[in-house]
Design a protein around this ligand. Structure first.
Ligand code: PAF
Length: 279
């Protein structure tokens, strides 16, 4: 496995080895990332991952400085998941002095995480477009836990005619149902137990949907009741939205929707979601 720290080295690797399947990450890798890397092999003979904690997608009061990092452990995990190369650029390689261009997807970035993290998705789309250009992949894989991020990146790829297939991968969960996230390490034992309110809230709403409930406000209230009853949990949002374009939906639901949640435990913000579709 090659470790490439400059744009030039990454481009030279791509030129020599051909189009890859690519898994962009911010490191502190867990089984969810490794599942993406293993799935990538089905999309190209060469698999590339990146590890880059992207400063432009963190707000001024967010956790960029304390975001968990473990480069040596990450490289070992990439190797064990079968990556052929890891792109590991310093911030100065991605944002050299004079960088002035940003990519912004409108509307889709307005609600949900976009409402509570202004500017976040501009940082994501800017870095992802740069990474796709540098890595020269034919496919890129993203976890469905970041449902809105995936929708925004799909839109960007479509709108900007990127020659890259954007592939979503199902959420990987701990045995008790908590969606895997690098931020789970921040949770105290009490909050780790409480964090199950996200997956349990989604499950309760999915059960209600399965039983025929088609009022999005009732589905939201069903999930929210479990979260509100959890000590230490503070709802950021609990929203049912159109599964494709994330627009607001009203009763009765007639097309697939996503129930998306963001919940804070102290300074730690967790997200999760579930698509609800009949048939
Ligand atoms: O999902 C993430 O880890 C990041 O948002 C991404 C896609 C690697 C861009 O920095």
């Amino acid at each position: 496995m090659q470790v490439l720290e400059t744009v030039e080295a990454m481009r030279a690797f791509a030129a020599a080895r051909g189009p890859s399947a690519f898994v962009p990450t911010m490191g502190f890798l867990h089984e969810g990332h490794l599942a993406l890397m293993r799935a990538a092999r089905a999309h190209a003979p060469v698999v590339v991952a990146s590890v880059f904690v992207n400063p432009t997608q963190f707000g001024p009061n967010e956790d960029f400085e304390r975001y968990p990092r473990d480069t040596a452990g990450d490289l070992e995990k990439c190797r064990s998941a079968g990556c052929d190369a890891v792109f590991l650029p310093p911030v100065s390689a991605m944002y050299p002095p004079g960088h002035r261009t940003h990519v912004s997807v409108s509307e889709l970035t307005g609600p949900l995480c976009g409402a509570s993290r202004p500017g976040h998705f501009d940082g994501v789309t800017t870095v992802v477009l740069k990474l796709l250009n540098i890595v020269g992949c034919r496919a890129a894989l993203f976890g469905e836990k970041d449902y809105q991020q995936l929708a925004v990146i799909r839109r960007m790829a479509l709108d900007l005619d990127l020659p890259v297939q954007i592939i979503g991968h199902p959420i990987v969960r701990e045995a008790d149902g908590l969606a895997m996230s690098s931020r789970n390490v921040y949770l105290s034992p009490r909050d780790r137990a409480g964090a199950l309110c996200l997956s349990r809230g989604l499950e309760a709403a999915a059960q209600a949907f399965g039983a025929g409930e088609r009022d999005p406000r009732v589905l939201e209230a069903t999930a929210r009741a479990l979260i509100d009853a959890t000590p230490g949990a503070a709802v950021d949002y609990v929203e049912v939205r159109d599964a494709l374009d994330l627009t607001a939906v009203e009763a009765p639901l007639t097309r697939p929707v996503v129930l998306a949640l963001a919940v804070r435990f102290g300074a730690t913000r967790l997200i999760d979601n579930r698509v609800l579709a009949s048939g």
